[in-house]
Write a protein that binds this ligand. Structure first.
Ligand SMILES: Nc1ncnc2c1ncn2[C@@H]1O[C@H](COP(=O)(O)OP(=O)(O)O)[C@@H](O)[C@H]1O
Ligand SMILES: O=C(OP(=O)(O)O)[C@H](O)COP(=O)(O)O
Length: 399
């Protein structure tokens, strides 16, 4: 891969120059307090930001957080992230209360050499995620005006054809940041000939995104274990009642076809923890996967499933895991994720965990991060990378 990296940019000299950095600061926030519950993605960009600060650049950081719909929504503000980033950098981060408006302009203009600014959430602007090239391009023009060079360190978003990821690098001298380079280096080990058996575990809640990846991944893997919010569309395809569980109705047929063509590679839950409501104190029971009561929703995989998944994982030589097995943020529904994560750490295999929430789960459950081969900041991004797809954010850096 011939992409310019941060060192090439630093070698040219960035002192006094404005460098626009696309980061993935999409961190989990506590729904009640709004506090950051895991700062792993902020820590992950510190090597790039630190190097630019030290080199005397005026660093303008931009990111998305959550999935606001193209207009400001206070619960998705990056303000708490600016505070935490400042603590970690050991210097205040200047926060712009808009992304490309008056506040952003004056914040960027006011930066001294070696100072850092963070713009408000990119997705407060329709142009960021627009499918219309002209609308995206117009927003990219506004963003690009804040930098004399562009660095992409948002590995978790490189699979998105969004203005800040895809269109801005076409407008500025560009380079890949340290995190993007490291992620690509490690994940490329899984795209060649991974040592077999190669077992992939999928869960989480971004069901439609990830169902699309399964088709491409199936021929490459020996076993595909499916839990989390992902599994109910498959259980439905098998003709089972899934109650009010997360369901992608229009994908039921696709899942049925995948099961038929999977040659027995796909393992689904045999039992699930079904609850009365999506709440930490909801009444819940372990039920058979083919017997979820119609008024209940599955919030975790059950103990028999964990044992079956653990047995498959114990045979593996290469493991990739994306997506929690249940709503691990609530103690009552964290056992499946804990059980699978522990089984991965015990396996004599090269293991990669990908995804903002999966990585957060590893830390929240107090597991030893060093017992995984690699913890990736990107879930969807790493899955699409493993699929062998050309990712828009990487392609844009190659040009
Ligand atoms: N059965 C389930 N029903 C609803 N949400 C679930 C379920 N299992 C897991 N989740 C949720 O999935 C979220 C993570 O999904 P996702 O974003 O796809 O993972 P990642 O960030 O690791 O790629 C977590 O917040 C978790 O609570
Ligand atoms: O959290 C992210 O991806 P992930 O949940 O697949 O790890 C990235 O920040 C991308 O977010 P998006 O899936 O809303 O584009």
């Amino acid at each position: 891969m011939s992409i310019r990296n941060l060192d090439d940019l630093l070698a040219e000299g960035v002192s006094g120059r404005r460098v626009l950095v696309r980061a993935d600061l999409n961190v989990p926030l506590d729904k009640q307090t709004g506090e950051i519950t895991d700062d792993g993605r902020i820590r992950a960009v510190l090597p790039t930001l630190g190097a630019l600060v030290q080199a005397g650049a005026k660093v303008v950081v931009c990111s998305h957080l959550g999935r606001p719909k193209g207009e400001p929504a206070p619960q998705f503000s990056l303000r708490p992230v600016a505070g935490r980033l400042g603590e970690l950098l050991g210097a205040p981060v200047h926060f712009a209360t808009d992304t490309v408006g008056d506040s952003a302009r004056s914040t960027v203009e006011g930066l001294a050499d070696g100072q850092v600014a963070l713009l408000e959430n990119l997705r407060f602007n329709k142009g960021e995620t627009s499918k219309d090239e002209a609308e995206r391009g117009a927003f990219a023009d506004q963003l690009a005006a804040f930098g004399e060079a562009y660095v992409d360190d948002a590995f978790g978003a490189v699979h998105r054809k969004h203005a800040s990821v895809y269109d801005v690098p076409a407008r500025l001298p560009h380079a890949a940041g340290r995190l993007v380079l490291r992620e690509v280096e490690v994940l490329s080990k899984l795209t060649g000939e991974p040592e077999r058996p190669y077992v992939v575990v999928l869960g989480g809640s971004k069901v439609s995104d990830k169902l699309a990846v399964i088709e491409a991944l199936l021929p490459k893997v020996d076993r595909l274990l499916i839990g989390g919010g992902m599994c109910f569309t498959f259980l439905k395809a098998q003709g089972h009642e899934v109650g009010t569980s997360l369901l992608e109705e229009e994908m039921v047929e696709t899942c049925g076809n995948l099961l038929e063509r999977s040659a027995g590679k796909i393992m689904l839950p045999v039992d699930v923890v079904a609850a009365d409501a999506f709440a930490p104190d909801a009444a819940h029971d372990t039920v058979r996967a083919d017997g979820i009561p119609s008024h209940r929703l599955g919030l975790d995989i059950g103990p028999e499933t964990v044992a079956g998944f653990a047995a498959a994982l114990s045979q593996a030589k290469t493991i990739f895991w994306n997506g929690p097995m249940g709503v691990f943020e609530m103690a009552a529904f964290a056992n499946g994720t804990r059980g699978v994560a522990e089984a991965i750490t015990k396996a004599d295999a090269f293991s990669v965990v990908g995804g903002g929430d999966s990585a957060a789960a590893v830390r929240a459950l107090g597991l030893d991060e060093s017992s995984f081969g690699h913890i990736s900041t990107g879930g969807g991004a790493s899955l699409e990378y493993l699929e062998g797809k050309t990712l828009p954010g990487i392609a844009a850096l190659e040009n």
